[in-house]
Write a protein that binds this ligand. Structure first.
Ligand SMILES: Cc1cc2nc3c(=O)[nH]c(=O)nc-3n(C[C@H](O)[C@H](O)[C@H](O)COP(=O)(O)OP(=O)(O)OC[C@H]3O[C@@H](n4cnc5c(N)ncnc54)[C@H](O)[C@@H]3O)c2cc1C
Length: 413
């Protein structure tokens, strides 16, 4: 049996970030993943600024290595398409020069991005990484947690657990008692394609708010080598209620919709359409308890409007590591002491999650969307506002105020 101060379950973005931050603090840890890397994860593959912010806070050189990483593609903006099929191109920066400016967003296949993080783990001597081990048993003892695989062949005793094993975490369900709520959960599917026509020359990501998906959307995210990640997501409650098969809906849309039919006429699918769940941070949950903290999808922290979960998982992973340091110093691993982690996560991510939840409710109304888009084409301020929607929380606030839409209606052409 191995012994460690901190054991992290899951080496995705959340768990890997926690381990890297612990190492930067000089705290040894064990991190276990059931997969052997490089491994795939169903995702849109969109990386926001939060990813670089977090890595820079831990180690600037590591952020630099990601900057140099060639398997990702820089994106300079976003194309929004309203339910009425009105498109609006919005650059992240009003003026940019691709030869000198860094892009604000990237798209990187998770098989590559997660492997980048795991290769960073392997550079650190105080991080013991175990791949191909499925942790299924958790036993709380007086002085720590004993975790093991089903047969008990692999076991670790740790003072503290960081649970970062994703959307299907049994720990989240059975120990933390957080159940899947279909109104706060989305279903998503994605497929890789090559030869998609009509993508933006500056690699804008595309969000198509198709009427039947609201408040979810269909996306086309350009990737290196002329490939694209194409997918859609929808609230699970609607998927269940209307008995929708999202895989079929995606392929039917690409085949039958007049716009996509043309753009995908020469496209070739690489592999197949894959699906996975998105546990949304639509409501506040208890993220910690005696000797454990939940991180990332295991903590239901995905942005309910944008579907962004990688950056949030990395933020939470870093905060969990900082809290672990405090617990080790004080020797206090009680539920009461670890509540400080919940407070910090919700202090930082709470306001934007709350806003996104409000906007997600508004996004259910296609007419409102169409009006906002039509107005946005002629209104510079609104254009800038929409462009910052996915990055700047303060500006998102404006979008969630009913008065904003009243003004738009009054100014409508
Ligand atoms: C269709 C779709 C599109 C998305 N698009 C985007 C996007 O474009 N941008 C974005 O930011 N987010 C997106 N997300 C959300 C994003 O994928 C997640 O929020 C993110 O992966 C969360 O990271 P994590 O580290 O918490 O969990 P994960 O990435 O799921 O990692 C969990 C790890 O735990 C391991 N594990 C699981 N169980 C065990 C076990 N019992 N023992 C040991 N190891 C275990 C797994 O093998 C895995 O490596 C999307 C999600 C979906 C489903």
């Amino acid at each position: 049996m191995l012994e460690t101060k901190v054991c992290i379950i899951g080496a995705g973005p959340g768990g890997a970030t926690a381990a890297l931050q612990l190492s930067a603090l000089g705290i040894e840890c064990v991190i276990i993943d059931k997969a052997v890397f490089p491994r795939d994860k169903v995702c849109g593959d969109g990386l926001s600024g939060k990813v670089f912010t977090t890595l820079s806070k831990i180690d600037k050189e590591m952020a630099g290595r990601l900057q140099q990483f060639t398997d990702k593609l820089g994106s300079w903006g976003v194309t929004f398409v309203s339910p009425g099929r009105l498109g609006i191109d919005i650059a992240y920066k009003t003026r940019y020069d691709r030869s000198v400016d860094d892009p604000a967003g990237y798209v990187c296949k998770r098989i590559h991005f997660d492997h980048f993080l795991v290769s960073e783990l392997k550079r650190k001597k105080d991080i013991r990484l175990f791949e191909g081990v499925n942790i299924e048993k958790y036993e709380l003892q007086e002085d720590g947690y004993l975790v093991s695989d089903r047969e008990g062949r692999f076991s670790v005793k740790a003072g503290l657990l960081i649970i970062a094993n994703g959307a299907h975490s049994s720990f989240t369900k059975d120990v933390a008692n957080i159940r899947m709520d279909p109104s706060c959960y989305a279903a998503g599917v994605r497929a890789y394609f090559k030869h998609v026509k009509g993508t933006h020359p500056d690699n804008f990501i595309e969000l198509h708010f198709l009427k039947q998906l609201l408040p979810g959307y269909m996306w086309i995210f350009p990737l290196p080598d002329g490939q694209a990640n194409v997918g859609m997501d929808m609230i699970s409650e609607t998927v269940r209620g209307k008995k929708i098969n999202l895989r079929t809906l995606l392929m039917d849309t690409l085949k039958n919709d007049p716009v996509f039919r043309e753009r995908f006429e020469d496209a070739e699918i690489i592999g197949k359409v894959e699906g996975y769940g998105l546990p949304l941070g639509s409501k506040k949950r208890k993220l910690s308890g005696c000797r454990y903290m939940l991180v990332g999808d295991a903590a239901h922290l995905i942005d309910p409007l944008t579907g962004e979960g990688i950056g949030n998982a990395m933020y939470a992973g870093r905060l969990a590591a900082l809290q672990a340091e405090a617990a080790i110093k004080s020797g206090d691993y009680s539920a009461g002491a670890l509540m400080a982690y919940d407070n910090e996560v919700y202090r930082i991510l709470g306001p934007e999650l709350k806003l996104s939840r409000r906007l997600q409710r508004l996004a259910r109304f296609p007419r409102l969307f169409n009006i906002a888009m039509r107005a946005g084409r002629h209104n510079r301020e609104l254009k800038e506002l929409i462009s910052c929607m996915f990055y700047e929380v303060d500006l998102r606030k404006k979008l969630s105020r009913p008065s904003f839409y009243v003004k738009l209606l009054l100014n409508r052409k």
